[in-house]
Design a protein around this ligand. Structure first.
Ligand code: URA
Length: 238
């Protein structure tokens, strides 16, 4: 008998989702162990002898891990399916046979760098707050936020009762009635960048993620992707 592992960890090893996302899948009744739906997060399974299914399909640990950097266009959702029938990001990496899932999310109306993988542990590491993985965005915002307002965002503001962690901000360009601002944060709260600029009264008009850590999108065209190698992956955590 092989070492028992927690069901959510096993699902992550099988490339279904990050461990945390896998917990949600278990709770929503989409996972079965030996033909019985399992909604208990504490349960451990025997990877060799138990039969684990996700949405009715047998899952197996991934042997090869794939990492892809996609330049997500606006209008695509980062979930694996969409009840409203909107296009999903994985449809842009059709020619890779492995089942990939996005690492974290980008809003429907946000474009730019999105990593997809079948490595649940890696996804967990990128997203876990303890690793403080930097994400850099270019935000086209309305108006001309002055130094004082940008300093405020850098130091941290109270968003929904919780202080934001320090950010780093650079004013890139002043345009007519708008500004282009670069902002780096390591938190990943929902619509965080948009909410931060709303807070100072300069709402976001366009938002693009340009980097995870020091891994930049550079000139990857919108809707295109490239495979990442180990050297690329190292840059994420710098
Ligand atoms: N912050 C946002 O507001 N939206 C994103 O998609 C990512 C970060």
């Amino acid at each position: 008998m092989s070492e028992p592992v927690r069901l959510q960890k096993f699902l992550a090893q099988c490339g279904i989702a990050s461990r945390r996302k896998a917990e949600g899948l278990i709770l929503s009744g989409r996972v079965s162990v030996n033909s019985k739906t399992e909604t208990n997060l504490g349960v451990k399974i025997d990877p060799e002898n138990d039969s684990i299914r996700f949405d009715g399909k047998i899952v197996k640990p991934e042997k090869d891990h794939i990492y892809v950097l996609l330049n997500k266009p606006t209008g695509y959702v980062t979930s694996l399916s969409d009840p409203q029938g909107r296009p999903i990001v994985t449809s842009l990496v059709k020619d890779i046979p492995e089942r990939l899932f996005p690492v974290g999310r980008l809003d429907l109306d946000t474009e730019g760098a999105l990593i997809l993988t079948n490595d649940g542990d890696f996804a967990q590491k990128v997203q876990h707050p303890s690793h403080e993985t930097n994400k850099t965005y270019e935000a086209l915002v309305s108006g001309h936020p002055g130094k004082a307002k940008l300093n405020l965002l850098e130091q941290g503001i109270l968003l929904e009762g919780q202080e934001t962690a320090p950010a780093s901000i650079k004013l890139l360009k002043r345009l007519r009635g708008q500004s282009l601002v670069q902002i780096t944060i390591h938190e990943g709260r929902k619509r965080q960048v948009r909410k931060m600029f709303d807070f100072i009264g300069n709402p976001v008009i366009r938002l693009k993620r340009i980097a995870y850590g020091r891994l930049f999108l550079k000139n990857l065209p919108s809707g295109k992707y490239k495979l990442l190698n180990h050297k690329d992956l190292k840059k994420i955590f710098l």
